[in-house]
Design a protein around this ligand. Structure first.
Ligand code: HEM
Length: 146
């Protein structure tokens, strides 16, 4: 039982999440490596990334609960992907972004803040890129880019 609007929203927000998590992770890494202060827009980007992740989590959970009966009957790699791998990996990735942001916020030192965001956000980004059913993959075959 699919909801085309929710699937479209989840698919679209995917790009917002990937761009903001990558952008925040990379600018904080640059700040760390070149010992630059954190600029206001860089801090704002890390917050926007976390908010988009949380929105994606809520939409994903609704989709998962709506489709669970269907997934429960699926076998093989596709069943494993939709029952566990996508939701499991994405929940870990979203948790890493949330931990990165909250521990950076609590840190006193700018360099420590930059290190926390850079490490947690870029690891989360790698996990998300792996767990997305891209159209060029076997699991994403037949799905569109949007
Ligand atoms: C930042 C994290 C996430 C990203 C980038 C992401 C990305 C995607 C993408 C690109 C699709 C395919 C949409 C399409 O066919 O057009 C998808 C489908 C789906 N995602 Fe996620 N997802 C994320 C997190 C989650 C979470 C946390 C859950 C569950 C709690 C979830 C549950 C689902 C479900 C159930 C579908 C299948 C929708 C359907 O075809 O009916 N996603 N996700």
């Amino acid at each position: 039982m699919d909801n085309p609007f929710l699937v479209f929203a989840h698919s679209l927000i995917r790009y917002g999440v990937l761009i903001t998590v990558a952008w925040a992770g990379l600018v904080h890494l640059r700040g760390l490596l070149f010992k630059r202060p954190i600029l206001t827009y860089e801090r704002a980007m890390s917050i926007v990334a976390m908010v988009l992740c949380h929105v994606q989590l809520v939409i994903g959970l609704i989709l998962y609960l709506m489709n669970f009966k269907q997934y429960a009957m699926m076998q093989g790699p596709e069943g494993r992907f939709w029952k566990m791998e996508h939701i499991g990996t994405m929940v870990i990735a979203i948790a890493l972004v949330t931990i990165g942001r909250s521990t950076a916020k609590r840190a006193q030192d700018e360099q420590v803040k930059q290190k926390r965001i850079a490490i947690f956000y870029l690891i989360a980004l790698a996990l998300m890129l792996w767990a997305i059913p891209w159209p060029f993959t076997q699991l994403g075959h037949g799905r569109s880019w949007l």
